[in-house]
Design a binder for this molecule. Structure first.
Ligand code: GTP
Length: 669
């Protein structure tokens, strides 16, 4: 049985990154006709699961899973792992082996059912599945709650962990413990979960499960003497995992007599039914038709439909303490049923909400502008639709002389940003210009006021501000010892403050730095990977705001300021960034018929300057030989034409130029 040393817990402060995933989910995959409910028989109160008859099509597969199971036979668990260590593949195999999803219905990575996720091979949202497993002739109900695998969504991970009693800790037996393994395992320990170590990918020639088991014992302090060796891909060790879930994870406590408290661990917007809320009943009982209330925002609804996830939705009459299910109550936006919130009864409210709720706070902002100005309204509609399903997405209109009308949007992190952008372009057919992402600065103004600024072009004038604070993150990097040097160099270059370094094994170290979030937004992760030949991994959490000597760097193209290219940089880096940025823009902006100066300025002072030379037509080509005065006249006419063009000419700045600020980091450093 897994145990943890108390000292390990102290190593990581509770995650402060207030992140929550946008719930983006498609309707249940093909092969899953929505279940038609029939007469639902109420289960006796107390220690049993409810009963329901599913639609005939789903009946054979579903009925078993809806059978009565005493609470002592329920196990709620999740899978935690570093990215790519095989969490989704293992989840698929568990679903397959328990007959929850028939093999013919099985698409690879069933739980990752969003196209984008499938393409990128990453999990960005949660989903749950109820499985039936018979061990020693005793039927068990295993509720798997899937967790997202990216740091942007760590708040969601923590909420899904809070809905479980145990976790499978999946570690790639060829790679060993990575930064995210650690971060997730500490989150699980904070939630008092029973942890079952699983060494995956033993089929790989490079797998060394013994070494990795030892590594887990040394680094995390988990007893790995009976760690399960498995290959999710080949289906090896899956039965052992199912047995361990039953024998090692404790059943939920029977508190069905208490006032209702159910923890929301996911929600998504269904255009026909409104928001579907996924929850775990912690205390009490919830019935179809109950008047419920969300404790964080006090809003009340009637639960029109409740059910279980198998993994398609199947209606039931009642859900008891310990169970996992869904409800729909004509809720209009996921923002009203936020992950982490507590559901209670309107007439018999619980005294306290469940702990751990936090609002989604966007960390990264960028401007989104339609290339075609006519698409502005379409962009607004698309953002509104996405927001229905993504409580963390924030946006407000923004206009700029260079870019026209668009929106300033806030995201949890870079992955969240990329996903939203990609969905806008793919699903809504919008052509967008996206400005470089910025973090949220806090400006202490001379008049004593503090304003938050997520748009560099809106930074108060130097005379009006006393100081600027920027968000800092603690970043923990795990790396083989050979790459410690390059990684420290990278962190130092990004204004990192060294905190500590521990050798977690003989050959691997954990290096901790604190650095400005703005230095991490951009290519930090890519750089970390390239400098460590792909071996290092990282994890970060917000540590708060700190004052820094920052200045606003403006860009003028052809004498016009382009607000969307303004950035906030550290004073010491301003000159090198300005120089590199003007050079980069010179490469990226196409030459015009007239000369275009590109300048970087701080206030009114120009600190770097480049110029695009004009495309010149050889107006003298036809004057073969000929009179000098005629040639002069032609050249003069050409010069006048160019002057006029320059005055009225508009320089179209291509999309790459707006991302130039990010790309030039490497050249500046
Ligand atoms: N050889 C081998 N490959 C595996 C095994 N399990 C998973 N993989 C492969 O590892 C890759 C990552 O697996 P996923 O299941 O997507 O990993 P994940 O942890 O869910 O990743 P995220 O969703 O990004 O968190 C895929 O290419 C899988 O096919 C295994 O047991 N053996």
């Amino acid at each position: 049985m897994a145990t943890a040393t108390a000292s390990r817990l102290a190593v990581l402060a509770p995650r402060q990154l207030p992140s929550a995933a946008g719930r983006r989910r498609h309707a249940p995959g093909p092969g899953f006709a929505p279940p038609r409910p029939r007469a639902l028989s109420a289960a006796p109160r107390g220690r049993v699961l409810c009963l329901a008859a599913p639609a005939p099509a789903a009946a054979s597969a579903g009925q078993d899973r809806l059978q009565k199971v005493p609470i002592s036979n329920i196990r709620n668990f999740c899978i935690i792992a570093h990215i790519d260590h095989g969490k989704s593949t293992l989840a698929d195999k568990l679903l397959e082996l328990t007959g929850t999803v028939q093999k013919r219905e099985m698409k690879e990575q069933f739980l990752d059912n969003m196209d984008l996720e499938r393409e990128r091979g990453i999990t960005i949202k949660l989903q749950a599945a109820r499985m039936r497993y018979v061990m020693n002739n005793e039927p068990y109900c295993l509720n798997l709650i899937d967790t997202p695998g990216h740091v942007d969504f760590s708040y969601e991970v923590s909420r899904s962990l809070a809905a479980c009693e145990g976790a499978l800790l999946v570690v790639d037996a060829s790679q060993g413990v990575e930064a995210q393994t650690l971060a997730n395992v500490y989150l699980a320990l904070e939630n008092n979960l029973e942890i079952i170590p699983v060494l995956n990918k033993i089929d790989l020639p490079g797998a060394d499960p013994d070494r990795v088991a030892q590594e887990i014992e040394e680094i995390i302090g988990l007893d790995c003497s009976d760690a399960i060796r498995c290959s999710a891909k080949e289906g090896i060790g899956i039965t052992e995992i199912l047995d361990a879930l039953v024998t090692k994870i404790p059943p939920p406590k029977d508190t069905s007599k208490d006032p209702l408290r159910a923890l929301i661990f996911d929600s998504y917007y269904d255009p026909y039914r409104g928001v579907i809320v996924y929850f775990r009943v912690i205390d009490g009982t919830i019935k179809k038709g109950d008047r419920i209330c969300f404790m964080a925002n006090g809003k009340e609804y009637v639960a029109d439909e409740i059910g279980v996830l198998s993994p398609n939705q199947m209606q039931v009459d009642e859900l008891y303490a310990g169970e996992v299910g869904y409800l729909s109550a004509s809720i209009r936006s996921v923002a009203d049923a936020r992950v982490g919130d507590t559901i209670t009864h309107y007439s018999k409210k619980a005294d306290h909400a469940l702990p751990g709720y936090s609002e989604a706070t966007p960390m990264v902002f960028c401007g989104l502008f339609p290339i075609d100005a006519d698409q502005f309204e379409e962009l607004r509609e698309a953002l509104e639709k996405l927001q229905l399903n993504d409580a963390a997405l924030k946006f407000e209109p923004e206009s700029s002389s260079a870019m026209g009308f668009g929106f300033r949007c806030g995201f949890l992190g870079l992955l969240h940003m990329e996903i939203v952008q990609e969905r806008l372009e793919r699903e809504y057919n919008l052509n967008l210009i996206i400005t470089a992402p910025s973090v949220v600065y806090r400006v202490n103004c001379a008049d004593g006021e503090t304003v938050e600024c997520s748009n560099p072009s809106l930074l108060p004038e130097p005379g009006k501000r006393r100081s600027i604070e920027e968000p800092y993150v603690k970043i923990e990097m795990l790396t083989p010892k050979d790459y410690i040097g390059p990684i420290m160099e990278l962190s130092q270059d990004r204004r990192g403050e060294f905190k500590e370094m521990n050798f977690i094994t003989e050959s691997r170290a954990k290096v901790t730095y604190e650095l400005p979030l703005a230095e991490m937004v951009g290519d930090f992760f890519d750089q970390l990977k390239s400098r460590s030949k792909g071996y290092a991994s990282m994890e970060y959490s917000l540590v708060g705001y700190r004052e820094s000597p920052l200045v606003k760097l403006d860009i003028q193209i052809n004498g016009d300021p382009v607000e969307a290219l303004s950035t906030i940089v550290h004073r010491d880096k301003a000159y090198s960034v300005g120089r590199a940025l003007t050079q980069k823009l010179k490469e990226l902006i196409p030459r015009q018929m007239f000369r275009v100066p590109i300048q970087a300025c701080i206030g009114t002072k120009v600190i770097a300057s480049e110029a695009l030379s004009a495309i010149r037509k050889d107006v003298l080509s036809k004057c073969y030989g000929g009179d000098i005065t005629r040639k002069k006249k032609l050249l003069k006419k050409q010069a006048e034409g160019k002057k006029r063009m320059k005055a009225i000419g508009r320089v179209d700045v291509p999309q790459e130029a707006f991302m130039a600020v990010l790309k030039l980091e490497k050249e500046v450093l």
